[in-house]
Design a protein. Sequence first.
Length: 330
Amino acid sequence: MLDGMEALPESLPMSAVLHDVLPVFLLILTGFLVAQSGLMKAEVGEALGEFVFRVAVPVLLFRTIALAKVEGGTPFSLWIAYFSGVTVAWTVGHLIATRVFGRDRRIGVIAGVSSAFANNVFIGLPLVERVVGPEGIVAVSILLAVHLPLMMIAGTVLMERAVRRETGDPGRGLLAVVRQTGINLAQNPLVIGLVAGSLLHWSGLALPSMLDTLTAQIAGIAGPAALISLGMALKRYGISGNVGLASVISALKLLLLPASVWTSCHLLGLSPRWTAAMVLTSSVPTGVNAWLIANRFNAGHGLAASAITLSTLFGVLTVTFWAAYVGVPE
């Protein structure tokens, strides 16, 4: 799959792109309106989000990896391509926050995370499933196997370092951070789903018919449920201060990150479908993990929240652009 350079497909007609992209954001809007109108309490959205994270998406990842047909090559080129783009966007976001806007190092880290941490689980997976199809889901699943641990370790270590420089607090060492992250990941449902699917895939065993039916039904609701729960969660974020910096960070997330990922995929010769999957999942709005890191260190809440909201608001336009640009390989 990764052998040789394959030309990327031509751009798609806008009507075909909107047919795939708009439903993703309309489901997010539906969730937001349900929460905003008071039709359902915020607790319902939180419970739905928990179900998505702990049950639906892990089952989707398990099934995808268990039934995947990966024709040759290794995932290393995919990882290198994606995280090369992440490095570019993160670095630029950090420098703009600290050098242009004059914010301290802690805000610089939050700006970098918000520029480079895509919402791959709640938006990336449903989007890639609609636009690229099963092979794209395989690519995103391979990315998710390392995305969360690498991004959380990098964000936590850099924030610990920034806190030490700004406040003199000794913080935790790298080994302590890695150890705690490892413990958290071992209990993470997404990781468990990926590992279980990988074990079944490499064993060569087939899913029993009843389990196949069950996992297919649960996996089928993962995307819509994820998008609706995200829409309901957006009510808590909003836009508060930092609008100028948050707007720049959102632009980096929606434009620079996918452009950098596309360039890396092109240079490394990823297949058209894997390239499309990586560009699309990198083009989605900022993930809630940026806010979680800000909350953990009590710094940059407003910036992270505003970046999530603004990137989601404008994401429908930029994601449509990237979907039209990369096209859907035949």
